[in-house]
Ligand binder design. Structure first.
Ligand SMILES: [Zn+2]
Length: 354
């Protein structure tokens, strides 16, 4: 066998990897995205962790997403192994537990949690226990997460309405809000020099779209505004990093989902009929090569949410809706295992590009 073949193969596969744009380092491994810019894909299936990023400035470190407390403890030593500069800021891309419940851990490191003002508004809505009312999502999560039970909710204390800019001459990070998407307080970290976008859960790379706290119609508009930044690297809230096609695929998934549900609305289908159509819709969307990987265990909830946004009535039980919310923001792991295992086969078939 020609010794050239393996090299050729590597070249072809690397090229495919570039085109497909969904290449990644392994879960729990630090990946250098650019000089002083790092990405870390969290252990979602085992621990419910979100992805993290961090940027090493001349005098300090800015971290993207606080993660769960256990996720914060996972990445802090990895940051410290790379730099002795203090971790000064932890940016919550949104209010969900797997992105913001670790805030207290970062505060204990000397950092200040930063977020869009909408994160506080969302916390007031859902974290009722913290604000002196009935137990909310934190208390629910603490029942099955010892890391949450051992910490406390620390809402972000440094807030921005439209943008906040970190710029020391060498590095520039813009925290931006474009409108409603995954939640009413989504923030993006945009690095204009390197054209890297940290998107939080407004753009994920796999079957991780929880739609209960946002609006899918607005979500598309928001992501189209984000697309105008013209990023060349997307570091999503969940799933491996990739090229700009990840943003296109996320937009197109919602367009296709809404298109399919619109057909049912136009045909005046009743809630029970829409529910009965869920499996067929799932099959249709799963088969589409660029967006099939977004179809997962929260699919019925996604169909219901779009149907309700278009004027229909809910068809799932309140318990099913709560289960989706818990899958996304509390435990993640068990319920997502099946879809993750399924999607990761396809997703990781291409070789890893480092
Ligand atoms: Zn989320």
């Amino acid at each position: 066998m020609s010794p050239l073949i393996p090299n050729k193969l590597v070249y072809v596969l690397a090229a495919m990897c570039f085109v497909v744009g969904r290449c990644s380092a392994e879960v729990n491994k630090v990946e250098t995205v650019a000089g002083d810019v790092y990405f870390h894909e969290g252990d979602l299936t085992g621990k419910g962790h979100c992805n993290n990023g961090w940027i090493v400035f001349e005098d300090y470190v800015l971290v993207v997403d606080a993660n769960f407390p256990s996720g914060a403890h996972e990445v802090i030593p990895k940051i410290k192994a790379l730099t002795s500069k203090p971790i000064r800021f932890a940016f919550d891309t949104h209010h969900h537990g797997d992105h913001a419940y670790g805030n207290q851990v970062w505060v204990e490191q000397g950092a200040t949690p930063v977020a869009h003002t909408g994160v506080i508004e969302e916390m007031k809505k859902y974290e009722t226990g913290h604000y002196g009312d009935k137990p909310g999502r934190w208390e629910e999560a603490a029942k099955d997460r010892p890391d949450v039970a051992a910490s406390k909710l620390k809402p972000p204390t440094l807030l921005f309405r439209k943008d906040m800019i970190f710029d020391d001459g060498r590095h520039r990070v813009e925290l931006l809000h474009f409108g409603v998407a995954h939640t009413h307080g989504d923030g993006f970290a945009w690095l204009p020099k390197e054209r890297i976008l940290f998107s939080g859960d407004a753009c994920v790379n796999g079957p991780y779209n929880y739609v209960g706290d946002g609006d899918t119609g607005e979500w598309i508009k928001t992501l189209e505004a984000v697309k105008a930044l013209n990023p060349n690297t997307i570091c999503p809230g969940h799933g491996p990093r990739g090229g700009p096609d990840v943003l296109d695929d996320q937009i197109n998934y919602f367009k296709a989902l809404r298109g399919e549900v619109k057909k049912l609305v136009d045909a005046r289908k009743k809630p029970a009929e829409v529910q009965a159509a869920v499996d067929a819709l799932k099959e249709t969307l799963s088969k589409q090569p660029r967006i099939g990987r977004y179809v997962g265990s929260m699919f019925a909830g996604q169909v219901e949410k779009v149907y309700v946004e278009m004027g229909g009535k809910p068809f799932q039980s309140a318990a099913a809706r709560r289960a989706d919310e818990q899958k996304h923001a509390h435990a993640h792991s068990a319920a997502l295992n099946a879809s993750r295992a399924h999607s990761s086969t396809a997703k990781r078939a291409a070789p890893v590009k480092r």
